[in-house]
Design a protein around this ligand. Structure first.
Ligand SMILES: Cc1cc2nc3c(=O)[nH]c(=O)nc-3n(C[C@H](O)[C@H](O)[C@H](O)COP(=O)(O)OP(=O)(O)OC[C@H]3O[C@@H](n4cnc5c(N)ncnc54)[C@H](O)[C@@H]3O)c2cc1C
Length: 400
């Protein structure tokens, strides 16, 4: 069976690693960037305990490699920038295991090493065409045109702006939620002020930070903006940033002071974006095409579930396909139905919960009331569902 995976990012590498080990499967993974290019645009990732649990069930060796390259994510604290703590949650209360904190470039490095030699780098896709039940795909690599006709199973893991999805299912339509976000990764000069995952509010304006190896701090900001408007340039100036996070009393906490000084000193390196979501699509209705990760869904980043769900998607899908393959059931359309049944509801819940948790960042929000509400049983029950209940995992998915 010919299997082509497009995109060696988070989900693609996990799929390529598992499927290329199936006896009799011909697997290639086409990646756009050059080998060794793990560009990250200054980003640290907090990856949820649910991803780690899912990957542990599917691929313990790969899980260990990520653990070695990151730091554990164990607590989630939310304060005001004057230092008042509103929410302080050990993740052990809602999850079976830790999450991870890691640089995006390090995650890519570990995953791509683990997926080699199935990955072909520097590939520019030139056409993707549906041909009945199968697809054909063409690409250029090193000036040479290549083509595979009759791909039995095509897996799109080419991220948020998926070319496969655009070619076969049409552009995924984005919905803006009315929040501007920015991010920067800096060497850690905080003198231990910043370590595990924390957020700080002043009104609906929010800071977020955590430490990642080797010794850097990832800092992100969020501000309400009109959903249909671009991010105002005035917001990106040091004076505006300082004013946005300085409490009425004028007294920033020690953490708040370091964070505000840090973003103001690094405005030139900050990357800005608008929070958005797009519709869920796992399978093509007619052809044997599977979408995973950001190609399949887009959610707001509030709960750190983008890469987390890409890992969950891939661990569940790869595990199911490997089991079916070993049992001699080699019908991609049947796999697609099962994967859709396992992932769709789970993803709709995650998208909705991520949006709901963004309430404190919207225009006019009361972050104190909104955050205190997150201590209540209904929010905790949803967090438990998010972190503990991954449908379709082998029996391991119990307390570790
Ligand atoms: C600033 C920022 C912060 C984030 N923070 C977090 C966080 O803290 N926690 C979290 O869980 N998530 C976070 N995310 C989201 C997370 O990074 C993504 O959800 C995740 O990377 C998606 O994984 P993926 O496998 O679907 O796609 P990606 O990891 O984006 O991989 C897609 C791959 O496909 C390749 N590709 C793209 N187009 C083509 C093409 N035409 N041909 C061949 N290859 C192609 C790309 O080069 C890439 O290698 C963040 C995202 C951003 C932008």
């Amino acid at each position: 069976m010919r299997i082509v995976i497009v995109g060696a990012g988070v989900a693609g590498c996990i799929m390529a690693r598992t499927l290329s080990r199936l006896s009799g499967a011909e697997v290639i993974c086409l990646e756009r960037v050059a080998q060794g290019d793990h560009a990250e645009s200054g980003t640290g990732l907090n990856i949820g305990p649910n991803a780690r649990m899912a990957l542990q069930a599917h691929d313990p060796e790969l899980t260990d490699a990520i653990t070695a390259a990151g730091l554990p994510w164990r607590t989630w604290r939310i304060s005001l920038t004057d230092g008042s703590v509103l929410f302080d949650l050990p993740l052990s209360q809602v999850a079976f295991n830790d999450g991870w904190r890691i640089r995006w470039s390090e995650l890519y490095r570990v995953l791509r090493e683990a997926a080699a030699p199935a990955v072909l780098y520097d590939c520019a896709i030139t056409s993707i065409v549906r041909d009945g039940n199968t697809t054909s795909i063409a690409w250029r690599q090193g000036g040479i045109e290549r083509r595979i006709e009759k791909v039995d199973f095509l897996i799109a893991t080419d991220g948020r702006y998926s070319e496969v999805r655009r070619a076969l299912a049409g552009e995924a339509v984005s919905r803006m939620v009315g929040v501007a976000i920015s991010r920067v990764l800096v060497p850690n000069s905080s003198n231990s002020l910043i370590d595990d995952y924390e957020q700080w509010f002043n009104g609906p304006n929010r800071l977020l930070a955590f430490r990642v190896p080797p010794d850097h701090v990832y800092v992100a900001t969020a501000f309400p903006i009109p959903a249909d408007q671009p991010i105002p340039e005035s917001l990106k100036q040091p004076e505006a940033l300082r004013a946005a996070f300085t409490p009425r009393s004028g007294a920033l906490s020690a953490q708040g002071g370091w964070l505000v000084d840090t973003i103001c000193a690094n405005v030139a390196d900050m990357h800005w974006a608008r929070m958005q979501e797009h519709d869920v699509l796992y399978t093509d209705p007619d052809a044997s095409v599977l979408y995973l990760g950001d190609a399949a869904h887009g959610m707001v980043p509030t709960l750190g579930q983008g890469a987390t769900q890409a890992i969950e998607d891939a661990a569940v899908a790869a595990d199911l396909i490997a089991r079916e393959w070993t049992a001699g059931r080699r019908d991609p359309r049947a796999w697609l139905e099962e994967i859709d049944a396992l992932r769709r509801e789970r993803m709709l819940f995650t998208v909705e919960f991520s949006r709901e948790a963004t309430d404190t960042m919207l225009e006019g929000a009361d972050p104190v009331a909104g955050t205190l509400h997150k201590n209540q049983p209904d929010f905790m029950a949803k967090l438990r569902r998010l972190y503990q209940e991954v449908p379709g995992l082998p029996a391991m998915a119990t307390k570790s």
